[in-house]
Design a protein around this ligand. Sequence first.
Ligand code: PEP
Ligand code: MG
Length: 758
Amino acid sequence: MLDVLRKIVQEVNAADDLEAALKLIVKRVQRSMRTQVCSVYLLDPASQEYVLMATEGLNQEAVGNIRLAPAEGVVGKVASRAEPINLENVADHPSYRYMTGSGEENFHSFLGAPIIHQRKVLGVLVVQQKKQRRFDESEEAFLITMSAQLAGVIAHAEVTGAISVNHGGEGIRKDARFDGVSGAQGVGLGVAMVVSPPADLDAVPDQRIEDIDAELERFRSALTRVRHDIKVVGRSLARRLKGEEQALFDVYLRMLDDNALAGEIEHQIKQGQWAPGALRRVVHEHVHQFEMMDDAYLRERATDIRDLGRRVLACLQEGGATSCPIYPDNMVLVAEEVTPAMLGEVPTDKLVGLVSVNGSGNSHAAILARSMGIPTVMGAVDLPATRVHKREIIIDGYSGRVFVDPSDELTGYYADIMQEEQELSRGLEQLRDLPAQTQDGHRVPLWVNTGLITDVSLALQRGAEGVGLYRSEVPFMIKEFFPSEAEQIESYRRQLEPFAPSPVTMRTLDIGGDKSLSYFPIDEDNPSLGWRGIRVTLDHPEIFLVQVRAMLLASEGLDNLRILLPMVASVVEVDEAVALINQAFAELVDDGYQLIQPEIGVMVEVPAAVYQVRHFAKRVDFLSVGSNDLTQYLLAVDRNNPRVADLYDSYHPAVLTALKQIVDEAHREQVQVSICGELAGEPIGALLLMAMGYDVLSMSSTSLPKVKSAIRGVSSEQAKLFLDTALSFDEPESVRQALEKMLADAGLGHLDRPHAPQ
Ligand code: PEP
Ligand code: MG
């Protein structure tokens, strides 16, 4: 039975659209269960009725015409109770309603199972037979399993709008919403421009050739053109990107080196394969290897190789001629996989948003989009990219949502948000040189989180007073090998120097979990609980020591370095890391460098650390709370998993209680505590943390002006009231609602992050 189930699901998954999928379902289920009827009813969201969408056994004319209100008829009853109903004779059931024209009067036995996806009843799957009999247990189990497995497929097909229940046909309904994840914050309203790969590598056939030299020549000249194009693209982005981000293009170029892809392709050509065939073979092989990897970063490399392959093919096929599309103003670039190179090909001054059907917030494209400040949604997996070209589109980079064919109402809503954001940021610019202090003079230093070089200038423009978290893994992530000590010194100096004498807190390499390096794969079933952060670097003191030496050397003469240790769960880890830092320091001083001992801090981001704050505080100079991971670990909710995203909430009373406890315990040891998770960048979160007593709030520079404005808009007493209110609830939603209201009552509602309509 399992095999039958798997086969049906596979077939349905491969169907072109919802209509085809539903037809297949009823046909296959009817045959496998040997029943006379199988039908599927789906909820029409507009009318809230269950509509007969496909049937095998009832009259075909009834399809689309039979509609039942929830709880109407036995089908409606299955839906409203959200549980199966198994009847010997359906007509005996009190809810039975004869459906004229269906032909169901001939069928007595009835088994209906609800189709439920993410707690919502999407419809009902029904089988019927002439004979009066109860379906047996195994039949019931089969139908329930079938319906559970098909729910996801149906939900996907429905949301892609291939056929919407209420419209049918080809159209995507107004305000069609597609969910992904946030790649870069902000709102973009514009026209979708679907950028598709220049050539279809998959369609290239094998072909034997005679003149190998000529083919090699053809391939090399295509390669030269692609190399040239990539350099042009890199240069055209140079205005908006800094050195490290531009290094991505060097990675591209290196992939085409003779001893990388190009060498392998030439080898195939020398065996008598024509250039496009050789290209397809080599690219497929590499893509396959990368795609098989569990590691998200490495999977991203498959995208880069595929993109390069298409480029070379385009040059081979068209002699390099490229058409020059006309890009509209306010364009939103949409692609199955947005690649860094695509960003360089479109005029970025016209670009108001990016949508990538595949990829994650970790992809190179998302890293670039963030540094360029372009609102971006990644991983909008249900978006039918091929069908949205030139349609109006809205990007909500806050919540990771995309709306196609927005109604006037929705456009107005987002246009207002955009205008509000623009006005707000203009107004907030005036706060740049003013202190973050409450109306009664309580001052809270606002620092920034950085990673890319680009973040530095933005942070200084916004009036940051220091760096609370430099994510040192970011420059490691956009390289092909571990950066050398010299390269690291240069990167770190570019972070330390612009802020001197203000402090810059450099976190040692925090890889593992969802942050991986292509050249240092970590393959684990449960990476968040695995080898990450300090665990990796203590196991590899050679990596740790080089990094610490580079940080120390970069700080020579600036003396503003603080070193922060991530993912610490035990004092032993602190002692070992401090010993290594001291060792590096002593060696450099012996070598004659003029250094001062940096302050050392520990991140509090796992529950164990919450209960050990005083022990940590005795060993280090400061603590910094990583509320992103702390929320993930306290609530046991994967911070990257969209399925449980609703459960991830830093306003959960357990998280707030822990945050308060950390600060109280640290202060008992007279040790400074800062916080660098996302919560510190939210106006309400910042007020709570200030009231708890946090000494420094560190956030992305885009959040800084709003947080400063919130702090300047209240008194310490008001902030205390926010905190008391927050701590009085037993679940997060009430906390949020109460605090949002309090913020609005304080005349600061405009600072709250915009929420997309439901
Ligand atoms: C955190 O966990 O809150 C944090 C700041 O670190 P990251 O988001 O880089 O894991
Ligand atoms: Mg963290």
